[in-house]
Design a protein around this ligand. Structure first.
Ligand code: GLU
Length: 427
């Protein structure tokens, strides 16, 4: 019995995404041939590459890129730097990207990758050499019309600048500039999109606002708690605060802080900047036991860190009425059953955090056509696009009386099924 319990506890993100997929395949009666295709990833690349450290030693790092499906267009998805990254995680995250881009109606497939590394243990110089050598090792397994990486956990516009520079440097001079869109999420000066930095967080905020407005309520006076105060957590909180909502607790890998009267988003952000993003030391009086975070009394819970955070162990404690999944895969299937029984609305990751990849799509289009879009134009387009996806989802939820994740998966998988039905399978 002990072992069974243990297996359940160590359920991976891959287990979770497959549980979701199999449940959905049954629910929508997915064509068995297409089910077979989508059950497995197309390509899985593992590279081991040497890098010289600051002290002169050479260390070998392991990086991954998993390409799940490209029936709708080039593979798309982020690269994360984290000690837990492995092929299994990359698989799960790649599969979620396929559903995410499909749901958003983008001409992309799904991929994900990263390096098994704790970036906090490396200097900027080491991170640059690791990133460049990883890019070189991936070679033509990525490409502007083939597989387009972007930022994810612990990677940012600087990482993308190193990748694009390395990738372009390896191409003949005459075609170099045709390769700018090999990654998205670049700094604005290097072909990046105005507003891509806030696109994911803005999308998380919008998804919450759309839901709340559909209930004829407003964000004013609503309380929220955030797990993870990186790019997504910060920007989502900033937009929510601007609409009158109050951030009352934040948790990251180093500390958990709680203040019933509210925590100022910008103050916390300023505190984190010189501390490699950590909230630690913000205010010792506000620190609480990390275990009590999920059970805090609030309206909205935003997991914006890693996967598998809401589990059978803490789902029962949650008091929020809305969970907005800024992270990918934060809720296990078993936990979801508990949450739905409690009447909690889960805004699923593949919709909630899709502002990021939609922003990436805009950047890619901008690079391809040689245009430069203004910030207000970008934000407007993003809002319009997300609202359309939201309305589509809402219709599915209401017409079929189903939860939001089921509705999102139904739309996403059906779009891919339709493409396969039209095109058939080669030869
Ligand atoms: N890493 C982000 C995600 O999980 C963005 C991916 C992209 O822009 O390609 O959606």
């Amino acid at each position: 019995m002990e072992t069974v319990k243990e297996v359940k506890k160590t359920q991976t993100m891959y287990d979770n995404v497959m549980l979701q997929f199999n449940r959905m395949a049954e629910y929508i009666d997915l064509n068995p041939n297409i089910r077979e295709i989508l059950s497995i990833t197309n390509n899985e690349i593992t590279v081991n590459f040497p890098v010289r450290m600051d002290d002169g030693r050479v260390k070998v790092f392991t990086g991954f890129r998993v390409q799940h499906n490209d029936s709708l267009g080039p593979y798309k998805g982020g690269l994360r730097y984290h000690p837990t990254v492995d092929i299994d995680d990359a698989r799960a995250l790649a599969i979620w990207m396929t559903w995410k881009t499909s749901l958003a109606g983008l001409p992309y497939g799904g991929a994900k990758g990263g390096i098994k590394i704790d970036p906090r243990n490396h200097s900027l110089g080491e991170l640059e050499r690791i990133t460049r050598r990883f890019t070189y090792a991936l070679g033509d397994n990525i490409g502007p019309e083939y597989d387009i990486p972007a930022p994810d956990v612990n990677t940012n516009e600087q990482t993308m600048a190193w990748i694009v520079d390395t990738y372009m440097s390896a191409k003949p001079a005459v075609v170099r500039s045709q390769n700018k869109h090999v990654v998205t999420g670049k700094p604005v000066g290097s072909g990046g999109l105005e507003g891509r930095d806030r696109a994911t967080g803005f999308g998380v905020y919008l998804s919450i606002r759309f839901l709340i407005e559909s209930r004829q309520e407003t964000l004013k006076g609503k309380t929220f708690i955030v797990q993870g105060f990186g790019n997504v957590g910060y920007w989502a909180s900033k937009f929510l605060e601007a609409d009158g909502a109050k951030m009352i607790a934040v948790q990251d890998a180093h500390a958990t802080i709680y203040n019933k009267s509210g925590i100022n988003v910008e103050d916390l952000h300023e505190h984190c900047k010189p501390r490699k993003g950590s909230i630690e030391g913000f205010d010792a009086d506000l620190e609480i036991d990390p275990q009590s975070f999920m059970g805090i009394n609030c309206d909205i819970l935003i997991p914006a860190a890693l996967g598998n955070q809401i589990t059978v162990d803490n789902a029962g404690l949650i008091q929020a009425t809305i969970i907005a999944e800024g992270a990918n895969g934060p809720t296990t299937e078993e936990a979801e059953v508990i949450l739905l029984e409690k009447g909690i609305t889960i805004i699923p990751d593949i919709f909630c955090n899709s502002g990021g990849v939609i922003g990436s799509y805009f950047e890619w289009l901008q690079n391809r056509s040689g245009e430069i879009w203004q910030l207000d134009e970008v934000m407007e387009k993003l809002e319009k696009k997300l609202f359309k996806v939201f309305k589509n989802l809402e219709k599915e939820v209401e017409e079929n009386q189903i939860d939001w994740r089921t509705a999102a998966y139904k739309i996403a998988i059906k779009r891919i099924e339709k493409t396969y039905m039209e095109r058939g399978v080669f030869p």
